[in-house]
Design a protein around this ligand. Structure first.
Ligand SMILES: [Zn+2]
Ligand SMILES: [Zn+2]
Length: 355
């Protein structure tokens, strides 16, 4: 189709549907994208561009945007909006003039003499992290370039400041003095050291350390792990010192490890991990010819801690502030593996141990 006939079809679509959506295929390193032409004329609002999503989905999102505008909704830059992609929030940034001319070729054709305006719909990765957040899936950075570079760098800085603020938050505990602050549900705060309530510790986001009980997790699960007024009231999160947090965690692991879910201390389930561990165990088994098994067990623990200390010193930039957290994390990991392995041996004793 030549430029003139394409222009005609765009114009006729605008006449019929108020806007036309153009999809551009991926080429070399450049991801596919879809953008609207006509919304500015019909609604007096910016055109929309969506980068990195498959064209039919991007088309649907453009229609949602158009319909929401039509019903009077207003969209601001840098604010999260739901109702576009199922289960996740999206955000908008301005499309700078040079990018608009580079990406949205049809737009200037239609309104030659007007100032064109467009916004980019920004969606997060599968874990609901946006491009500027720590731990975001790198594919989203590649597939969804943020056209407004200043917006991106502002967001990064904003995030960094928030993280710094969180990680510096300290609390004075009656029992433990000045400690890092953690967030714990009211049930664990009150009964966490006496009753098996379960312990759910999600991956750290913004450096905050938090945990809640099984009942709270159940409430959260019902609504897809989104906090709302209802579950916030149910959990009534309290501030606790890191020492108190660690004590409750250790107690819950002791009382009922089945009800403990630690997102950052799960054992990997890949074969490579167990093959590697198997090499150490093989060596220990060989050594039983010359040594007693409890002697080997003790030296194994010493060797593991020796290696973990080495590993920590090599990889941790901020040992001073994170010392207690690191120690607790290794100990919790050891405790979890020991509980798992004991259970496994009890069940399979006959198969594992040849008399
Ligand atoms: Zn709770
Ligand atoms: Zn404390």
């Amino acid at each position: 189709m030549n430029r003139d006939s394409y222009r005609k079809s765009v114009l006729s679509n605008i006449k019929k549907y108020d806007f036309h959506a153009t999809s551009v295929l991926a080429e070399n390193e450049d991801p596919q994208y879809t953008y609207s032409t006509g919304i500015q004329e019909s609604q007096g609002k910016p055109e929309i561009i969506i980068i990195g999503l498959e064209s039919s989905l991007a088309h649907t999102l453009s229609c949602i945007y158009y319909n929401k505008l039509k019903s009077g909704e207003v969209f601001k830059i840098g604010v999260e909006y739901s109702g576009f992609l199922k289960g996740c929030k999206v955000m908008f940034c301005k499309v700078p003039k040079d990018k608009l001319e580079e990406y949205m070729l049809c737009v200037p054709w239609i309104y030659e003499e007007n100032e064109n305006e467009a916004i980019q719909l920004i969606y997060p990765d599968d874990n609901e992290l946006f491009s500027w957040e720590k731990g975001v899936h790198e594919s989203i950075i590649r597939e969804q370039p943020i056209l407004d570079e200043k917006f991106l760098s502002d967001k990064k800085r904003e995030k960094q400041n928030a993280e710094e603020e969180m990680s510096n938050k300290k609390i004075i505990c009656d029992n433990h003095g000045e400690q890092k602050m953690t967030l714990v549900c009211q049930h664990l705060t009150v009964d966490g050291k006496s009753k098996a309530l379960g312990f759910y510790q999600p991956k750290e986001r913004f450096n905050d350390i938090q945990a809640w009980c099984a009942a709270c997790d159940n409430e959260l699960e019902k609504v897809g792990w989104e906090w709302n007024d209802e579950n916030e009231a149910f959990s009534s999160i309290k501030l606790l010192c890191y020492q108190c947090f660690s004590e409750i965690k250790a107690k819950q692991i002791e009382l009922n490890p089945e009800k403990v879910q630690l997102d950052d201390e799960k054992l990997p389930d890949d074969d490579e991990f167990y093959d590697l561990a198997g090499k150490f165990i093989d060596l220990a088994n060989d050594l039983t010819k010359d040594y007693d098994i409890s002697e080997i067990g003790d030296s194994f623990i010493y060797a593991a801690s020796r290696y973990n200390a080495f590993e920590t010193v090599m990889t941790e930039d901020n040992l001073e502030d994170n010392r207690q957290k690191i120690i607790d994390s290794f100990c919790a990991q050891y405790r979890m593996s020991l509980i798992d392995n004991l259970k496994d041996y009890e069940k399979n004793k006959e198969n594992y141990i040849k008399k």
